[in-house]
Each structure stands twice: as structure tokens, then as C-alpha cells.
Design a binder for this molecule. Structure first.
Ligand code: PLP
Length: 398
């Protein structure tokens, strides 16, 4: 068996069609999109077409609501700082305890700059405490930032409802949603959701790393982070990355058109993997295994063993998965997301995220279901928690 890539929430393979559409802009069509002469027309046309494709992807009202950026992190920073700068009198901001570091660490920085921040918690299913959110919004709240889907658990937050709660308490409060992990997995409709801004990152939906797109509602004003030329209507200076933007445009269109496949076939394979593991491995438990999850993600805790060891054994037989988010893996600290869910200490260190894509094949899932149980058995045999494991085995009837 060749490489089995089940870490699509970390990054995805660039679709061959995306590579093909990008190539001419590295080669014969290398013009600067801002140049006036005919030769550069194909570059500016490519950006125009990609903007239309992103408008379709987001269901934005107007293509002027799309700002091309370099990644999901830049999109979040531009939206959050950009909106706060337009409303400097208000000093209260809200987010959740389970955001990606591009939002959480920015909030910590904003606290150092004098903002008061509240971090809303989740229950053990990963669902946001909406009453707590309702209580926290006040007349001084400038901004609320809530991700659409969580990168580690796949849990989807009810953004439309969240916008309603926030705007009912304070119509002037802006709402940003980090859509990075929703993109390509569930439909994004910014008009229906009612958000003021949302960001996505190309490399999570089969475009290259290093390109993103921020939606900002036309009624919402933001200041730029990068000041310079007139690109992106003055909201994001710097010569446009034409090949990547063109690639992301096509990837977004293809991802939107593949959503049906995602919610049926990819979900079927995810569910097969999850139930196959639970059926065969007595110390496996699903973290936040609720229905309201993106269809490609499962996060499974293996009690009394170390996630890093599982990953190393999987890697030896060509299977890529992840413990925690890519940004926190490499450290032995349990993930802030699983801690917020109160995942028991017995399984928090042994939690593994498997994330599929439309390129995942059934035989790959079958292979993981076959190869994982002996790995877990081997690691259980060297665990210092033999009494607990034996009790669990009995309890589960294995
Ligand atoms: N937001 C979420 C939820 C993510 O999962 C990620 C990346 O993993 C990001 C933001 C950051 O995206 P990028 O790596 O493009 O900056």
C-alpha cells in the first residue's frame, strides 16, 4: 500500500486541474496584473475570474467583497484588526476557547494592547455555550470571532444563530467567522449566515499553500494590514500572486460543486473508519462524535496510550494522521481544544485526528481498519496502566 493520507485538515493535495490552470501564469503569462499593456491582460483577467469564483464559493453579493490574501491566518488578522481599527472606541472582544491560534494568539495580543477579551467555552460534545455568549455581548463589544468548523473535532458552530444572538444584543458588534475548516466540506453562504467577514485558505481545499480569500461585507469597513499600492482596492497591498489566485479560484469552484460527494461518500468513509475502529478497539472513544460535524473528520481517543507513539507506528506503514492540530503537534501538551471539551486525562494524550478528502479511497480506509488494532494492542501491552486497561476490556466485553 502506498501513502495513505488522512490528514486533510492539516493540508490537502493540490488537484491536478488546479496545477494545470496555474502553470501558464508562471510561464508565458507572467505579466503584472496592474500593468496597462495588453500582455498583462491575461493576468488581470485571471484575477477577475478567480474573484467571481470566490464570490460563487461564498455566495457573496458582490465580487468587490472578496480580498485575496496569503493564507487563513492573514485573513483572520486582516478582518479582526481591520474591523477593530474602524471602531476604536469600543474595547470589548469575544471569541471561543477552541479557535485556531491565528485567532486565539491575536486576541492575546489585543489584550496586551488594552482590549478586554472573553473566551466562550464548549461542552463535552464541542458545542458552544450560546447562553454564555448571549450574556457576554454588551454595548462595548466591538467584535465577536467564532470559527465555522473546528479543525480538531470537525464540530460545526451555528454561525447564523450566533450572528442573530450577537446582533440582537448589539447591532453594531461585528462578527468574523474563521471558515478555514468549513471550506470545501460544508456549504458556505455568507448572506444566509449574516456574518460581516469570513476567511478561508486555499490549501485546505486542494489549492496551493500560501493563498487565501477574505470575504468582507460591502457595508463593513476595514483598514489594511499591509499598506502600499492600490491592489485589492487598497485593503491588501502587494503585487497579486496570479497563479495561486487563479488556482484557488478553480479549486473553490470545484470544491463547491463536490459538496454533495463530500456529504455522502466522504461521510460514508469517515463513518466506516470511525465505527470500524470503535468495533475492533476496546480502548477507543470518539471525541465530540456528534452529527453536527464536517463530514471528513473524526477525532478518536485511545485510552491509556500515547498519541505520538500511535502516529509513529502509523507513519511506519505509510499512514498519515495527526494528534492535535498541526500547529500544536510536536509538543506533548494536550491540545487546547480537547482540554476545552474536558476530554478525560485517560484519552486526551492518546487522541488522533483522521481527516479524509474527496481523494480518499475505500481500500485505504479498509487498510487502516485492518492495521490499526494490532498497533494499539502492542502499545497497550507496554502501557503502565495495565489494571485500568484490563478493567476497560472487561467492561466493553472484549
Ligand atoms: N483557521 C483554522 C481553523 C485552521 O485549521 C487553520 C490551519 O490549520 C488556519 C486558520 C490557518 O490557516 P493558514 O495555515 O492558511 O494560515
Amino acid at each position: 500500500m502506498n501513502l495513505i493520507y488522512l490528514d486533510n485538515n492539516a493540508t490537502t493535495k493540490v488537484d491536478d486541474k488546479v496545477i494545470k490552470v496555474m502553470m501558464p501564469y508562471f510561464g508565458e503569462k507572467y505579466g503584472n496584473a496592474s500593468s496597462m499593456y495588453e500582455f498583462a491582460r491575461s493576468a488581470s483577467d485571471a484575477i477577475k475570474a478567480a474573484r467571481e469564483q470566490m464570490k460563487y464559493f461564498y455566495n457573496a453579493e458582490n465580487e468587490k467583497e472578496i480580498i485575496f490574501t496569503s493564507c487563513g491566518s492573514e485573513s483572520a488578522n486582516l478582518a479582526i484588526r481591520g474591523m477593530l481599527n474602524m471602531n476604536k472606541n469600543k474595547r470589548h472582544i469575544i471569541t471561543t476557547k477552541v479557535e485556531h491560534p491565528c485567532v486565539l494568539n491575536l486576541y492575546k495580543q489585543l489584550e496586551k494592547e488594552g482590549y478586554k477579551a472573553d473566551y466562550i467555552g464548549v461542552n463535552s460534545n464541542g458545542e458552544l455555550n450560546l447562553e454564555e455568549l448571549d450574556e457576554k455581548v454588551n454595548s462595548d463589544t466591538a467584535l465577536v470571532s467564532v470559527m465555522y468548523a473546528n479543525n480538531e473535532t470537525g464540530v460545526i458552530f451555528p454561525i447564523k444563530k450566533i450572528v442573530e444572538i450577537v446582533k440582537a444584543k448589539n447591532p453594531e458588534t461585528k462578527v468574523f467567522s474563521d471558515g478555514v475548516q468549513a471550506a470545501g466540506k460544508i456549504n458556505i453562504d455568507v448572506q444566509d449566515l449574516g456574518v460581516d467577514a469570513m476567511g478561508v485558505s486555499g490549501h485546505k481545499f486542494h489549492a496551493p499553500k500560501g493563498v487565501g480569500a477574505l470575504y468582507v461585507n460591502s457595508k463593513t469597513l476595514i483598514t489594511p494590514l499591509i499598506i502600499g499600492g492600490h491592489q485589492e482596492r487598497g485593503k491588501r497591498a502587494g503585487t497579486e500572486n496570479v497563479p495561486y489566485i487563479a488556482g484557488m479560484g478553480l479549486a473553490a469552484e470545484m470544491a463547491k460543486d463536490a459538496l454533495k460527494y463530500e456529504s455522502t461518500e466522504v461521510k460514508r468513509l469517515r463513518d466506516k473508519l470511525e465505527s470500524g475502529i470503535i468495533k475492533r478497539i476496546y480502548n477507543a472513544r470518539v471525541n465530540a462524535g456528534i452529527n453536527n460535524r464536517v463530514p471528513n473528520t473524526t477525532n478518536i481517543g485511545f485510552e491509556y496510550i500515547e498519541g505520538e507513539l500511535i502516529l509513529l507506528h502509523l507513519s511506519d506503514i505509510g499512514i498519515c494522521a495527526s494528534s492535535g492540530s498541526a500547529c500544536t503537534s510536536g509538543s506533548l501538551e494536550p491540545s487546547h481544544v480537547l482540554r476545552a471539551l474536558n476530554v478525560p486525562f485517560t484519552s486526551i494524550h492518546g487522541s488522533i485526528r483522521f481527516s479524509l478528502s474527496r481523494f480518499t479511497k475505500e481500500k485505504e480506509i479498509d487498510y487502516v481498519i485492518e492495521k490499526l488494532p494490532p498497533i494499539i494492542e502492542k502499545l497497550c501491552a507496554i502501557s503502565p496502566y495495565q489494571d485500568e486497561l484490563n478493567a476497560l476490556k472487561k467492561l466493553k466485553g472484549f
